[in-house]
Write a protein that binds this ligand. Sequence first.
Ligand SMILES: [Zn+2]
Length: 281
Amino acid sequence: MIKFGPSGNCKTFYEAGYKKSVEAPKWLESVGLTAYEYSFGRGITLGDETAVELGNEARKHNIEVSIHAPYYINFANPDPDKIENSIMYVVNSLEKLKLIGGKRLVVHPASCGKLERSEALKLANNNLKLLKDRLDSLGYSEYLICLETMGKPAQIGTYKEVFEMCKISDNFIPTLDFGHINALTQGTLKTEADYRKIIDYMFKELGAEKAKKVHIHFSKIEYGSKGEIRHLTLADEKYGPEFAPLAKVLKEYDMSPVVICESSELMAHDALILKEIYSKA
Ligand SMILES: [Zn+2]
């Protein structure tokens, strides 16, 4: 079953009188959502007790919780100490995910920094193999590492690069961030055919089992010549992309992804709109 939910807490969550993330599952169920992404983007600050409490609430209210790992992870850093740090940020995020009882950890794979793209890509792929070995040896092989497609040309993470990385482990799957893909390619995601090209390629490269359970980020994103500028809401009419043609393709391929809405401020409000569009597609 496809699942929809917000990244973080929506303006409407606070307006309804709620204050803490542990209250999110109950509220999400009451409005009709089934997923929730908790961000460690700027650091892993969630305490162990709160993680357990959040997990209990999530199970009680049928909410699938995913975690977004820190933004400063970079598997293309030439310094081995920095790679060890990145591996540990993933491991530490998974420790919290385990306490919550979730399965999916979203990771931004890498940035080029001062390296040539081909060199950065090679480093990232080699280091992701080290990550796979470490996760296997620590007993984290059942967790899904959801490698994200990125929105800026200086970042590693075109959808083709991400699919290649996902071949490293059975447990690496893509996070298809369609707002990022649209921003990176200057607004090329418009029709069903535009989406089908990516989805079809993913099925061919990764196989149906992996492709069907992909993680998805969806929001409209403002972009310029250097790609992503900022996240917008679904009300935006200038930048796109639109969800309706994607919803049709998701149904056509019989997919059951977790769809996380990353709209600015209105992520749960807009996740409900995505759900509505999907039900009508
Ligand atoms: Zn992300």
